[in-house]
Design a protein around this ligand. Structure first.
Ligand code: ATP
Ligand code: MG
Length: 391
């Protein structure tokens, strides 16, 4: 049997000019997300409908709950626009439900329909009372029957499944997420996607100082983020030479600061080359020595590219809660070292001085190394495959 789902758009409604673009991108994203299932999309300016097989219903709802731009999803029944068909369907739906109290809420966009919304609610309510053993409670009902009387048909439903909200991924162009294996950067990527940015990851690895498990972990995080975007890619930057020169030339306490400055230089040059409009980073103010405001100032000083830091004002506990919700947490806490955790200095500087950063950096030809690193970046595509398939 086929099931009908009604999709209510998220924030799209406030952006009238871009409406069609938004709806088309959302439609493409839903196609990607439901790829492989038997479904059909019917869209108009106000609502979108998806028909799918009953057996796939749960799976379809789960997948749709990860698509940004959807405010909510409802499983609905469709009847002709006349009050007796509506009454009959509502009673057949409620007959199998266990409840004592109910109310009816009607939304009538079809102004040709003979009755007003309150009249429809009243008539349907009266018919339910006549046929089933229950009472009306308008304040705290066990069940709410929603009716949408539209031009073509009337749609009836009971429960709404909350959607992911935000804008469809892609309406804002491309962003480059500095993606480490930690907890913060995947959450930062998720939040950037939620604003409609088509996010791809940039991962710095330093073989042989970092191992293959660290990379697998990042690919796995990319695979999870891909469930929210459908076109996630990871760009792998080989950072070994830059990192080794830093260790050779820079005093211990400045190693992390300089490493971060090099990462931003590489990210900026690569973002320009590949036309990413923004860099996204998982820094959070005060979290570690390299994220005090003074550190952020010294680190950010190497670039004037647009950078957003979606988790910068969130508490660690809030970030962890979100990481659990989006499904990245369990992977993020796997204990593999990445290039920032190998050789961490015991006392990293908390208030780095920019002139000192420049002095230490001038001890080696970082510009050539940075360019070499940018030129050797490799792309790993993630297309809903398990990360194991990718290696
Ligand atoms: P944690 O949850 O442990 O804080 P993190 O990923 O936030 O993990 P930090 O050391 O706090 O790690 O790094 C701050 C930010 O710098 C990261 O969120 C990420 O955006 C970027 N970054 C750090 N290391 C890497 C790396 N190896 N590759 C890409 N980006 C990195
Ligand atoms: Mg962090």
């Amino acid at each position: 049997m086929r099931q009908l789902l009604l999709i209510k758009y998220g924030e799209l409604t406030t952006k009238k000019d871009n409406r069609n673009t938004f709806i088309n991108i959302l439609c493409d994203n839903i196609h990607k997300s439901l790829n492989g299932l038997n479904f059909k999309i019917i869209k108009n300016r106000v609502r979108m409908f998806i028909e799918c097989e009953e057996i796939d219903l749960k799976n379809v709802i789960n997948k749709l709950q990860k698509v940004f731009g959807i405010h909510c999803i409802v499983v609905c029944d469709k009847v002709n626009n006349n009050i007796s068909d509506i009454n009959e369907k509502v009673i057949s739906i409620l007959r199998n439900k266990n409840f004592n109290t109910f109310k009816v809420e009607t939304n009538r966009s079809n102004k040709q329909f003979a009755l007003t919304s309150p009249e429809i609610s009243r008539q349907v309510g009266a018919s339910v009372l006549k046929n089933l053993n229950c009472k009306v409670d308008v304040h705290n009902p066990d069940i709410i029957v929603y009716l949408e009387v539209r031009e073509d048909n009337t749609y009836i439903y009971l429960n709404e499944y909350k959607g992911a909200g935000g804008y469809p991924v892609g309406v804002q162009g491309k962003g480059l997420l500095m993606l480490s294996g930690g907890i913060d950067s995947p959450v930062a990527g998720y939040l950037a996607m939620k604003r409609g940015i088509s996010v791809q990851g940039l991962y710095f690895e330093s073989p042989p100082h970092t191992n293959i498990q660290a990379k697998e972990k990042v690919l796995k995080l990319g695979n999870i983020l891909n469930e929210y975007s459908g076109n996630f890619k990871i760009h792998v930057a080989y950072f070994t030479k830059v990192q080794e020169e830093i260790y050779k030339n820079v005093p211990d306490e400045y190693v992390i600061t300089i490493m971060r400055r090099m990462m931003y230089r590489i990210a900026e040059r690569y973002a320009k080359k590949k036309k990413f409009k923004v860099i996204i980073n998982g820094e959070s103010v005060g979290q570690v020595a390299s994220q005090t405001l003074s550190s952020m100032q010294a680190i950010n000083n190497v670039t004037n590219y647009p950078i957003i830091r979606p988790v910068c004002c969130m508490d660690k506990l809030e970030i962890i809660e979100l990481a659990k919700k989006i499904g990245t947490y369990e992977t993020s806490i796997l204990p593999y070292e990445d290039c920032c955790t190998v050789f961490v200095p015991r006392h990293p500087v908390i208030n780095p001085i920019i002139e000192k950063c420049i002095e230490y950096e001038n001890r080696f030809d970082y510009d050539t190394l940075v360019n070499e690193c940018v030129d050797s970046i490799e792309i790993v595509k993630i297309n809903n495959k398990s990360y194991n398939d990718l290696l």
